[in-house]
Design a protein around this ligand. Structure first.
Ligand SMILES: NC(=O)c1ccc[n+]([C@@H]2O[C@H](COP(=O)([O-])OP(=O)(O)OC[C@H]3O[C@@H](n4cnc5c(N)ncnc54)[C@H](OP(=O)(O)O)[C@@H]3O)[C@@H](O)[C@H]2O)c1
Length: 265
């Protein structure tokens, strides 16, 4: 097993990292990090666990460490708030750590890939160009992640001229404590700060090419984002104008036959 660290392990995304990595066949979570104030506390005694299922037994008794005083493993999964992630991830990657980040702070850099394994695993090539001893790999924001997977087979077969996406995003995406209850009860909030911009830039980067530099997809993106009163699970309505004409059966076939790299392995 390969030892890994989780940064921001007490947060909403950090808990998901803990949950998934604790069942991973290759990785073992050997250290977990949160803010300095929790240093030394056992995970199970201090985390406000909000996910389904209990706290994984292999992590429950680990003490929380702090980035000021403790050194993470070489492989680091980061769920830090973006304003903290920027400096921390820069420092760690320059010191030789392999940083896999959920934060947006490095996503738009020249040689930092935003990777969705089913869509653009080849973009990992970009890490060779990072002037760091280690590297940073990011994932997209949640609404982009769900969008680019169905777009990939469409793009490969028919080309994409334009997409229009309307999201209905769950409360989980706003973290904890998230959206004030009186703002969302009996309501839909028709705006999520910076979300529409993220969808545009990230989907074009992910569905674009890397050829010594990133060449974003040339299609147009229109996005409208809404927060809805659902606990977990985003929904998106997507209209796609393809470059080639396509019949419904060809369209369906492109989905049925699609296999990303993870499915092929
Ligand atoms: N929520 C989502 O669905 C979602 C989706 C995509 C991306 N993201 C991104 O993922 C990141 C985490 O989001 P989140 O919603 O999980 O945030 P969160 O619930 O606020 O959790 C933040 C985590 O970072 C730790 N932290 C805060 N300040 C710190 C410091 N100065 N030094 C070290 N650790 C510190 C917190 O520790 P304490 O508990 O000790 O304060 C906590 O473990 C963000 O960059 C966010 O934009 C979130």
């Amino acid at each position: 097993m390969i030892n890994v660290s989780v940064l921001g392990a007490t947060g909403v995304v950090g808990q998901r990292f803990v949950q998934i990595l604790s069942k991973h066949p290759w990785f073992k979570i050997s250290s977990i990090f949160a803010s300095e104030k929790r240093r030394g506390e056992k995970y199970k005694d201090t985390v406000r666990w909000i996910l389904e299922g209990g706290i994984p037994e292999s992590v429950a008794h680990l003490p929380l460490l702090s980035l000021e005083r403790d050194e993470p493993e070489k492989i680091v999964f980061s769920a830090l708030p973006s304003f903290i992630a920027f400096d921390v991830e820069e420092r760690l990657s320059k010191n030789g750590h392999y940083v896999f980040s959920n934060a947006s702070s490095h996503r738009y850099e020249d040689f930092v890939p935003i990777v969705v394994p089913e869509v653009n695993p080849d973009h990992l090539e970009a890490i060779k160009y990072q002037k760091r001893k280690g590297f940073i790999v990011t994932n997209p924001n949640c609404s982009t992640a769900g969008l680019v997977i169905p777009l990939k087979p469409i793009m490969d077969r028919f080309g994409i001229e334009r997409i229009t996406v309307l999201t209905m995003q769950a409360l989980s995406g706003a973290g904890f404590p998230g959206v004030p209850s009186l703002s969302i009860l009996d309501n839909i909030i028709p705006y999520i700060e910076k979300e529409e911009e993220k969808i545009k830039v990230e989907s074009k980067k992910i569905l674009g090419k890397f050829n010594g530099r990133f060449i974003p997809g040339s299609f147009k993106v229109h996005a409208r984002c809404n927060r809805v009163m659902v606990r977990d699970g985003h929904m998106e309505v997507v209209f796609v104008k393809t470059e080639k004409d396509v019949s419904l059966s060809e369209f369906k076939e492109s989905f049925v036959e699609f296999k990303g790299l993870p499915q092929k392995l």
